[in-house]
Design a protein around this ligand. Structure first.
Ligand code: GTP
Ligand code: MG
Length: 306
């Protein structure tokens, strides 16, 4: 089982992210191409389907939906291009090795537990233990809070977030058993990218939208141009590969956005819906980004399975 810990500041879009990830899986499962298959396991079904329904009707998660979701467990089936070709010759059956079991964990807050641990507390609660035993870490970065300069980043909340992330990653390092050489995968999600400040993009000298998912190098350059002055400590940490204990895999970057309808007074913001050729209505969102992320997660799961 692959364990993915999803961390983010308050209001950074974590619940929306999880919901869109679910939608991407469910929807692609019914595509003619049928590259992905997906089942939420029964323990997370109830909360997750409430979130699903909310997003599918164009609303952001409400307080009640958010409260319920601390984890999501899924069986993710994937057949990459090569496998698909083969399978057309073979049969329509899906094999057990096409599936990966993935557990997403959303810790409520990291700060208190992590700093107690780093200060030398030997008592570590089950909650913290779980958040330190991930195989991958999804790091949400609220794009609306990105600053154009290092000074902007310091004046905003990014500086605190950067310090909290650095502390969390350090705690991960300390918690690892010595000699454990399995890499930890940092996955950055730039959330609310529909609302990123144009001034920030211009200051970082990047285009209005990121390069497509297939172009790995340029995407990394694009994301790092934006994050360099905003999360300097975190980036430094994940890029210092061969240090003492923990080896980080090279970071990967994905962009999350939705189409929104202008909110009117007294009415909260809605997500725009659009009709898809095969499966009715769904939210407007960065579907390609989510499918690329799912593919990446599946690859990591297959890799760590050995
Ligand atoms: N424009 C835009 N707004 C977004 C997007 N994702 C989230 N939001 C806004 O951010 C708010 C918070 O999103 P959530 O997904 O609930 O964030 P969260 O991190 O789970 O929040 P807490 O659990 O309350 O800390 C939403 O109510 C939306 O108003 C996005 O992609 N685009
Ligand atoms: Mg939430």
């Amino acid at each position: 089982m692959l364990r993915i810990v999803v961390v983010g500041d308050r209001d950074s879009g974590r619940t929306t992210f999880l919901g869109l990830l679910y939608i991407a899986q469910v929807k692609s499962g019914s595509d003619p191409a049928d590259t992905f298959r997906f089942h939420a396991t029964i323990d997370s079904m109830e909360e997750v389907s409430a979130l699903f329904q909310r997003l599918m009707s164009g609303s952001f998660p409400d307080a009640a939906t958010k409260e319920g979701i601390h984890e999501m467990n899924v069986h993710l089936g994937y057949r990459g291009r090569g496998a698909k070709l083969l399978s057309r010759l073979r049969s329509q059956e899906w094999n057990p090795e096409d599936y990966a079991t993935v557990r997403f964990l959303l810790p409520r807050t990291l700060d208190e537990d992590v700093s107690r641990f780093l200060k030398g507390s030997s008592i570590i609660g089950d909650r913290l233990r779980e958040t330190l035993e991930g195989d991958a870490i999804v790091i949400l970065v609220d794009s609306t809070k990105l600053g154009a300069t290092a000074k902007d980043a310091e004046d905003g909340t990014m500086k605190e977030y950067d310090a909290a992330l650095e502390a969390y990653l350090t705690a991960n390092e300390r918690w690892r058993p010595r000699g454990d050489r399995s890499p930890l995968y940092p996955i950055f999600i730039l959330s609310k990218f529909d609302r990123v400040n144009r001034k920030v993009l211009r200051a970082a000298k990047v285009e209005d939208s990121p390069p497509p998912t297939g172009r790995k190098g340029p995407r990394t350059a694009y994301a790092e141009a934006l994050l360099r002055s905003n999360l300097p400590k975190t980036l430094k940490k994940v890029k210092a590969r061969e240090r003492t204990g923990l080896a980080f895999a090279p970071p990967t970057y994905f962009f999350s956005w939705v189409g929104t309808e202008r909110s009117s007074p007294g009415r909260s913001e809605k997500i725009r819906l659009h009709q898809t050729p095969d499966s009715g209505w769904e939210p407007e969102y960065s579907r390609d980004e989510y499918l690329a992320l799912l593919e990446f997660i599946w690859d990591v799961a297959a890799h760590s399975r050995g």
